[in-house]
Design a protein around this ligand. Structure first.
Ligand code: CMC
Length: 492
């Protein structure tokens, strides 16, 4: 039941024993504080012990964990705005570094601020030679994303004075200069690390960043480090640099997706930002997050031609297949990012030649969006439906796709880092319980209680009752197949 008086709105909850509790609904929003639920006590079904109730939400299906002014999404209407500005306008009229400034500091920069900002970031593109040596020690076929995550974490060893663990816990909360320095370094050096990871993977020597006097943009410098061989006057294609810039803008933030939530989680411990960015990148690396664009390309390659689309869609409808790049937890309408990228795909093809997968993608989209199965479930193309085709047309190998997603998302992670540090400082936020605390979820314990510890003798057969423990019996052999004696255990 919901009621209101002139000061506030509240819900009245009634327990099975008819006790009533008044839970305030917070102004300007429709959220209740999970902590307010703690005043309600219920008896457990197991031992009738009285316990305070908690909200239970394993996949964060309906739980907000912060207030934010960075990104607004209306999933039903297909709206995405950074700091109030529509993503379509930013993609058309802005550039990635300006958008990064907007996300992090909350306002568009003036012309002078933009110039200083770009100059600062572009003068932090060199990485320490020990980091390059570290990267060279990876195996020849190391996945670029793994190299990126490890090297970003290793960056924290280069700057002990910027590590709150080694200096002071509140290092970044009050010191603007210290905060900004980490932002310049991370945004400046991340493309260099990514480019080295790529060059390592393809067996080419690493390139140093361009000199700032050349006036390369953020994405031009990145393309230069990826591609330059011995050409003295190498300059990347302006059309590709612009397309990459637009891809960077649309991927820059997406409120509390899994990796950004991880960034906030790590930041709440006050760990240094290099380790936090590495952790967030780890979350993005998962195939359910940053891996979907790759899955779309594999799916389109497998469909192979327009006349195989109906057969594929039948498989999707009988749930033996999944239409990758379709559907979204938040968007129940066309993802606005997908619209922008569909248009940009054509601009890229004009430069590098048409990728035949686009015809399959466009027809697949047309048929799916006219089919009741997809319409009734509100399944529309998401950002990954067209991004992978653009990466492919530009010649990026599949294992670079998650890294091309992670690079711009760093701007969003840093915006959330900055915002949560300001939360820490803000006295007003202290009125929201937990806003400045280390993030620590609750669990519902459903295991055994009060077991008696058996002796080793009594335990003899316990492992046999559990299949995964029984598997421990087969051992990991250090012997190669060629050396293993006949009849010894298989490698597991
Ligand atoms: N193909 C076919 N059916 C689908 C799809 C799909 N791509 N997505 C959802 N459905 C069906 C699903 O089977 C379910 O049907 P039913 O009601 O009959 O059981 C219904 O639609 C609701 O789906 P859900 O799994 O409850 O939706 P969710 O919000 O948990 O999942 C999703 C969202 C993105 C994981 C899912 O749509 C999906 O797997 N899509 C394909 C993978 C993909 O493109 N991922 C990229 C997401 S965008 C990246 C980003 O924004 O960062």
């Amino acid at each position: 039941m919901s009621q209101s008086n002139k000061d506030s709105r509240y819900l009245i909850l009634q327990t099975p024993s008819k006790e009533e509790y008044k839970i305030t609904v917070h102004e300007g929003d429709v959220a209740i504080l999970a902590k307010d639920l703690a005043q309600i006590k219920l008896k457990t079904s197991t031992n009738q012990e009285e316990k305070q109730i908690t909200s239970f939400d394993p996949g964060f299906m309906n739980t907000a964990c912060c207030e934010s002014t960075i990104t607004y999404i209306d999933g039903d209407k297909g709206i995405l705005r950074y700091r109030g500005y529509p993503i379509e306008q930013l993609a058309e009229k802005s550039n990635f570094l300006e958008v990064a400034y907007l996300l992090i500091y909350g306002e568009l920069p003036t012309a002078t601020q933009l110039e200083t900002w770009q100059e600062r970031i572009m003068s932090h593109t060199y990485i320490h030679v020990t980091l390059m040596d570290y990267m060279k020690s990876f195996r020849y076929d190391a996945h670029p994303m793994s190299m990126f995550i490890a090297t970003m974490a290793a960056m924290s060893t280069e700057y002990p004075e910027s590590n709150p663990t080694l200096t002071r816990r509140d290092l970044f909360e009050f010191d603007h200069r210290a905060r900004n320095q980490q932002i310049f370094r991370i945004l400046g050096k991340a493309p260099t690390i990514a480019a080295c990871a790529y060059r390592h993977r393809i067996g080419r020597p690493y390139n140093y960043p361009t000199e700032s006097s050349r006036g390369y943009s953020y994405t031009e410098n990145f393309l230069y480090m990826l591609d330059r061989l011995s050409e003295p006057d190498y300059r990347p294609s302006p059309a590709i640099a612009k397309a990459l810039d637009v891809l960077f803008i649309v991927h820059a933030d997406h409120e509390l997706n899994c990796s950004t939530a991880a960034m906030r989680h790590l930041t709440s411990t006050r760990v240094d930002p290099y380790t936090a960015v590495a952790g967030a990148a780890g979350a993005l690396y998962g195939p359910l997050h940053g891996g979907a664009s790759e899955a779309v390309v594999r799916m389109l390659e497998e469909i192979g031609s327009v006349d195989k689309i109906d057969e594929f869609l039948s498989g999707v409808k009988s749930k033996t297949r999944r239409l990758m790049g379709f559907g979204h937890r938040i968007y129940k309408n066309y993802d606005p990012r997908a619209k922008i990228l569909k248009e940009y795909a054509e601009k890229v093809f004009a430069e590098v030649g048409r990728d035949p997968l686009i015809d399959i993608a466009v027809e697949l989209e047309r048929r799916a969006t006219q089919d009741d199965y997809f319409v009734s479930r509100k399944l529309y193309p998401n950002v990954d439906f067209y991004s992978g085709i653009i990466y492919r047309a530009c010649g990026f190998p599949l294992d670079m796709y998650p890294l091309l997603f992670a690079l711009p998302r760093i701007a969003g992670w840093l915006a959330h880092w900055y915002e949560s540090l300001r939360e820490e400082k803000s006295a007003a936020k202290a009125s929201i319980p937990g806003a400045t605390h280390v993030m620590r979820a609750r669990q519902t314990y459903v295991g055994d209680l009060n077991k008696e510890l058996p002796s080793q003798e009594e335990r003899k057969d316990i492992s046999n009752q559990n299949k995964s423990l029984a598997a421990l019996k087969t051992y990991h052999s250090n012997l190669s197949k060629r050396r293993r004696a006949p009849g010894t255990a298989q490698r597991v």
